[in-house]
Design a binder for this molecule. Structure first.
Ligand code: FAD
Length: 302
């Protein structure tokens, strides 16, 4: 058996594996797509110590770092079931069962897409999902935020301090965000909220130049000229396959304590698939390190 088996090869998983392997214990990583979400990121300006890098470049150096250690890397393999017996057993979609004394779950998350024409085409060309990451790219420009829940309204408040104007498009007749956030939003001079708005298309040439929506009350079509669209309709953790083996919250995030431990002894979790509040590369790496040290602590006591 492994001492530590990591599920997921994004920043959290890679960091967990390196921290584990540096303890001289038997470590493996199972990853569907090594690199994770970072492979879809063009410019990264908030990875501290690096003023600018690109996703594939960053993950190539992370992979090289992993390869410096004696870590079994199993790529293009998906885990489909977890069970605690004498060891923790991880079943892969190919039928293989791996055994380990401890497991670190770091399967990440994915942004929910609006699924309208233009969204895929203009990803990284004006269509964005992360205000902390991409907000500054739109300084002085007009943007829209799709979604009026907590994350949409938080994004709009954040962006209003950077960009020229923010239009919030909410599908429902009311915003769903907490009242304090709505009050703050309504106090800002450069924000317009449009309710009952069904986004129909994101338009552009080289990059985004506008957004079209239908007023669901009047059925009228409208078009707004702008430079960026932030899609904020939910971040979905890749945790369905876990069922109720470990506690997950209402959103499906794995509940972890300050040592990265889940509710199942010997099973730890890190990164975007957990209840850690902010979903960022640097934070995922930190929580991967925490989970590995948590797992090591568990191993020396059991
Ligand atoms: P992920 O990166 O999601 O990695 C998850 C890993 O688990 C992958 O290897 C995946 O293949 C694997 N996996 C999933 N399910 C299974 C399974 N069942 N079996 C086996 N393997 C599985 N953050 C920043 O800090 N700065 C930025 O500029 C930035 N820009 C972003 C731009 C975009 C377009 C996106 C989508 C995200 C951006 N982020 C940015 C957020 C950042 O990418 C994430 O916070 C970070 O990648 C989370 O790392 P993670 O390791 O937890 O998960």
């Amino acid at each position: 058996p492994y001492d530590v088996l990591v599920v997921g090869g994004g920043p959290a998983g890679a960091s967990a594996a390196i921290y584990a392997a540096r303890k001289g214990i038997r470590t493996g990583i199972v990853a569907d797509r090594f690199g994770g979400q970072v492979m879809d990121t063009l410019g990264i300006e908030n990875f501290i110590s690096n003023t600018y890098t690109e996703g594939p470049k960053l993950m190539a150096s992370v992979e090289a770092h992993v390869n410096e250690y004696d870590i079994d890397v199993m790529k293009q393999q998906r885990a489909q079931r977890l069970e605690k017996k004498d060891f923790v057993e991880l079943e892969l979609e190919n039928g293989a069962v791996l055994k380990s004394k401890s497991i670190i779950l770091s399967t990440g998350a994915r942004w929910r897409n609006v699924g309208v024409p233009g969204e895929q085409e203009f990803k990284n060309k004006g269509v964005a999902y992360c205000p902390h990451c991409d907000g500054p790219l739109f300084e002085g420009k007009d943007v829209a935020v799709i979604g009026g829940g907590n994350s949409g309204v938080e994004a709009a408040i954040d962006l209003a301090g950077i960009v020229k104007h923010v239009t919030v498009l909410e599908f429902l007749p009311e915003l769903k965000a907490d009242a304090v956030l709505q009050d703050r939003l309504h106090s800002l001079p450069n924000v317009t909220v449009i309710k009952n708005a069904q986004t129909t298309e994101i338009t552009g040439d080289e990059t985004v130049n506008g957004i079209s929506y239908k007023d669901r009350e009047t059925e009228e079509e409208h078009h707004i000229e702008l430079a960026g669209v932030f899609v904020q309709i939910g971040l979905v953790p890749n945790t369905d396959w876990l069922g109720d083996t470990v506690e997950r919250n209402r959103m499906g995030e794995i509940v972890v304590d300050s040592h990265g431990a889940t509710t199942l002894p010997g099973v730890f979790a890190a990164g975007d698939c957990t209840t850690n509040p902010y979903k960022q590369i640097i934070i995922s790496m930190g929580s991967g390190a925490t989970a590995a040290l948590g797992a090591f602590d568990y191993l020396i006591r059991n």
